[in-house]
Design a binder for this molecule. Structure first.
Ligand code: PLP
Length: 441
């Protein structure tokens, strides 16, 4: 409720600098902080800025008229069901269809173990809610998905990062960290991993390491939460086999239609061992009663009547062309000392700046040169990432990507000249999760 201040203005009217409720929030709300760079991203969404920041799927490539007809038809024919409350676990027919989708990654599942969620983001929230007390440890790759880190922070978890290289998470680092934490008496609630076309690193856990990761976690009795929204968006060959395909009891698998269809439906899911599934359903009901019947049935109708595998192929081709545009222009234009990953699917390239440069300090200059990226600090819970940035190629057209990289290379070159003249600047201290808006996740 707005309050009257000394100056007769309502506190709310003074904007977000003064918060009359600041001493009343629950402790967990202190972990909910907006990114310092959010304001810059408001500028970055102007059309003259090439945004290599956003993680938005290119939904324009969908047959929008057909989707529109399908939705209209759904209301006309099945309105009384589509517009009614549904069950906490999700529409049974959609859960069957989800099992068909997961089969493409080697998963044999029973639809009874699937819970439909409001995007996989809600599945992340529910999993964290049922497992985490303040101070509990979650392992996560370093870097990791900013939206997950935001959720973990909101539940006051302690995130411990595990190092990655170009082949994904490093099994030895995982084993050593688990050992060190157990020896120190810190129980680990789960290992959160995005093994395929990782957000933000763009790398994929190779097959041999998948087995090692499964073995390490099984031996140490650490639950794996496998988040896999990009798994079907590979540019070469068949989809990778999911971790869940080789361990039904020790892995909770999270999936989503956000990247293979559209995020606007907000339909994702969790596949979990029975006992966890039961808790997830209860947590789901306490959060939202039930997911939207309307969007669940719309997705179900789309899967039943449209060539969705062909559509995924269309997305793959489109993103491959954009990935190629980004990689070739980075190769052609970036100065020595700037390095980057080479994704074979998904949306993102993870780049490392030359020594002495700081990505957050660079962002205002980049935006004034009309190009945007996400600074690396947003992807670490422990203050790391200052020399890194995430560049996404999912949304801009290839020519715009090339132009964006050209502008960014200019900014970095200028920054290198300054570094060589004045020495390295100090990086701003940063601890905590930097949560950008949903379009940037
Ligand atoms: C790794 C990862 N997990 C989860 C999500 C959440 O996706 P959604 O809630 O749209 O399914 C995203 C979105 O970008 C993501 O990149």
């Amino acid at each position: 409720m707005p309050q009257e201040s000394d100056h007769g203005q309502t506190v709310a009217a003074q904007g977000s600098r003064i918060d009359a409720y600041v001493d009343r929030y629950a402790a967990r709300a202190t972990g909910m902080v907006a990114s310092e760079v959010r304001a810059l991203f408001a500028v970055a969404s102007r059309p003259e800025v090439v945004s290599l920041a956003g993680g938005m799927p290119y939904v324009t490539a969908l047959p929008l008229d057909t989707v529109g007809e399908l939705v209209a038809d759904l209301v006309a024919r099945r309105g009384p069901v589509a517009l009614q409350y549904g069950s906490g676990q999700g529409d049974p027919h959609l859960r069957e269809q989800i099992c068909d989708v997961m089969r493409m990654e080697g998963i044999e599942a029973n639809s009874d173990d699937v819970v439909v969620t409001v995007g996989s983001q809600q599945a992340l929230d529910l999993i964290t809610r049922i497992f985490i007390d303040p101070g509990d440890v979650i392992l996560a790759e370093g870097p990791s998905y900013v939206g997950a880190l935001g959720t973990f922070s909101a539940y006051q978890a302690k995130v411990v990062h595990i190092a990655m290289d170009d082949e994904g998470v490093i099994p030895e680092s995982l084993a050593q960290t688990i050992y060190a934490l157990k020896t120190a008496g810190s129980p680990i609630k789960f290992f959160y991993t995005i093994p395929t076309f990782q957000n933000p690193a763009g790398v994929t856990l190779n097959a041999a390491r998948r087995q090692q990761v499964l073995d390490i976690c099984q031996r140490a009795d650490v639950l794996i939460v496998e988040d896999n929204p990009y798994g079907l968006l590979g540019f070469d060959g068949e989809p990778m086999r999911a971790l869940r395909a080789d361990n039904a009891d020790g892995v909770v698998y999270l999936g989503s239609f956000s990247k293979t269809l559209a995020p606007g439906f907000r339909v994702g899911w969790a596949l979990a061992p029975h006992a966890i599934r039961d808790k997830l359903v209860l947590a789901m009901e306490s959060a939202v009663l039930s997911h939207s019947s309307f969007t669940q049935l719309a997705v179900g109708q789309y899967l039943a009547t449209q060539p969705w595998r062909e559509q995924i192929k269309t997305f793959r081709e489109l993103y491959r062309e954009r990935r190629d545009a980004m990689l070739s222009s980075l190769e052609a234009l970036m100065p020595a000392g700037f390095t980057w990953t080479r994704p074979s699917g998904g949306f993102f390239v993870w780049a490392t700046l030359p020594e002495g440069l700081d990505s957050k300090a660079l962002l205002p200059r980049a935006v004034s040169e009309r190009v945007a990226f996400v600074p690396g600090t947003g992807f670490y819970a422990d203050g790391g990432g200052a020399r890194h940035m995430r560049l996404s190629y999912c949304y801009p057209e290839p020519d715009r990507i090339r132009e964006g990289v050209r502008r960014l290379a200019g900014v970095i070159e200028q920054e290198l000249r300054l570094r060589d003249t004045f020495g390295t600047g100090s990086s701003p201290d940063h601890i905590g999760v930097d949560t950008p808006g949903p379009d940037l996740a």
